[in-house]
Design a protein around this ligand. Structure first.
Ligand SMILES: [Zn+2]
Length: 468
């Protein structure tokens, strides 16, 4: 069965290293190395083989387990001050650290975050309530607020969210202006890309079939995603702004992103764990809980997402964590249109990639490191402070048990929503300890840090050109 990490505590009266973790397999940018790390004042100060590690106030024996940089979840809807029945900085960040996520990028849910005042308030709330480090998106972008982009970038809020479709649809003109503004100020524009005209037409066609959950997916055809992605990539090419395509779900969408990258357009993209695990036919079995936007697609689309993730066409895995109270899901049991769109995910990214990627021999640890930690940090300007095990970096890391099996239940979820789309699934590979700036925040099923441990992180312009 599973082995337990043993911790030994040795008090040192002298010596400058606070914490040493030894006997680990370190996931470094150069590959896997055996040894450990030393931490002082929350910063990695030593990376060495066990015999060269210094004495320290606290020594943890990782018992041969993998030690990797904490995950950076670059898309999570965690704290909307008017929707605290969904999730809060506290509950959402507890779910984060229980999934090995050490920094998350919060995205607005329904209420606007688009002025310096709202941003400053949100930083204060986050630093009072969050267990994990965080930064956030401004949005949703519209014809009025795009002028605030340079000012917000200066405040360290460098990522902006726009929609080509409902419920926060903006115009193509606004997207041109936003991409021009981020090009000049060193920010990032993330677009939810589905063509509203196509969605309108197919929604009408589905008129009698809304009792079947699968209708939600059939009413949003792949071409809607493909065309919107294509158009936004053309705008990015013209303006030179960094375009990040949110949650790509289709084979055609991935192809458009990869074509853009080949032409040298500053375009990146992300995929969500639910689109890597489930597919369209699961919707009638899972019911309204499986409703999200963009929806679950076909098995062929799911396979295309995996291939693109493994070859670098998709840059990162993000949760798009946006669960609701269960009543808002159950509201769609007769008519799927009535259900809330959004699922849990922040606690599941690493579990899904270990179970479906590493343990099915699809994914290497080098790729895992890139898509979970290194790429999001580099692309959103948090690197090398975050996203890497390196001397001088923040000591944000997770120790994981690659072979331990776990049955996923709502009970183990830290999220406020109290349910999980992954209920009853057995997964192989478990995060067992999470550390943020050298402080242990999670230990085998228990969040042990207090709200207020999390610190706001300024986002930068990222690395350009953005490459894998
Ligand atoms: Zn989202």
């Amino acid at each position: 069965m599973s082995s337990t990490l043993t911790s030994t505590f040795r008090k040192q009266t002298r010596g400058s290293v606070d914490l040493v973790v030894k006997n680990a397999k370190l996931l470094l940018e150069s590959g896997i190395a055996r040894g450990g790390i030393g931490v002082t004042d929350g910063i990695i100060v030593v990376i060495a083989s066990d015999e060269h590690l210094p004495e320290a106030g606290t020594i943890i024996d990782a018992a041969g387990k993998i030690l990797m940089p904490g995950l950076i979840d670059a898309h999570a809807h965690i704290h909307d001050p008017k929707m605290l029945d969904h999730e809060t900085f506290t509950t959402g960040s507890k779910a984060a650290v229980a999934g090995g996520v050490t920094t998350f990028v919060d995205m607005p849910l329904t209420n606007q975050v688009d002025t310096v005042n709202v941003v400053e308030e949100k930083i204060v709330q986050g630093e009072e309530m969050s267990v994990a480090d965080f930064t956030f998106y401004a949005g949703m972008m519209n014809s009025e607020n795009h002028v605030a982009i340079p000012l917000l970038v200066e405040k360290g809020i460098a990522a902006f969210k726009a929609f080509t479709c409902e419920p926060y649809q903006t115009t193509t003109g606004v997207i041109v202006k936003c991409l021009s503004a981020v090009s000049e100020s060193g920010g990032h524009l993330t677009v939810h890309a589905e063509d509203q005209g196509i969605l309108d037409e197919f929604r009408t066609e589905m008129e009698d079939d809304w009792d079947a959950p699968i209708s939600h997916s059939l009413a949003r055809p792949n071409i809607a995603e493909q065309l919107a992605i294509q158009q936004n990539i053309n705008i990015a090419e013209q303006t030179g702004g960094h375009l990040h395509i949110a949650h790509v779900t289709t084979r055609e969408g991935v192809q458009e992103v990869e074509k853009g990258k080949i032409r040298g357009v500053m375009v990146t993209t992300e995929v969500c764990p639910h689109h890597l695990v489930f597919y369209r036919d699961d919707m009638n079995r899972l019911g309204p809980k499986s409703k999200m936007n963009p929806p679950l697609r076909t098995k062929e689309d799911r396979a295309a997402l995996w291939s693109a993730l493994l070859r670098g066409g998709i840059d990162m895995v993000v949760s798009d964590h946006a669960p609701s109270p269960v009543e808002k899901k159950d509201a769609g049991s007769e008519d799927i249109r009535e259900a809330w769109s959004g699922v849990d995910g922040i606690q599941m990214i690493l579990r899904v990639l270990l179970s479906e990627g590493i343990n099915k021999s699809r994914m290497t640890f080098a790729r895992l490191l890139r898509v979970c930690s290194r790429n999001p940090a580099r692309i959103f300007g948090l690197y090398p402070k975050k996203g890497v095990l390196r001397i001088g970096a923040d000591a944000d890391f997770v120790i994981l048990d690659q072979i331990k099996e776990e049955k996923i239940t709502a009970d183990m979820m830290e999220s406020k929503c109290g349910w999980t789309l992954y209920e009853g699934m057995t997964m192989r590979g478990v995060p067992v300890m999470t550390f943020i700036r050298g402080t242990q925040v999670y230990n085998e099923g228990a969040v042990i840090a207090k709200p207020g441990h999390g610190k706001f992180q300024e986002m930068g312009s990222g690395e350009r050109p953005i490459g894998d």
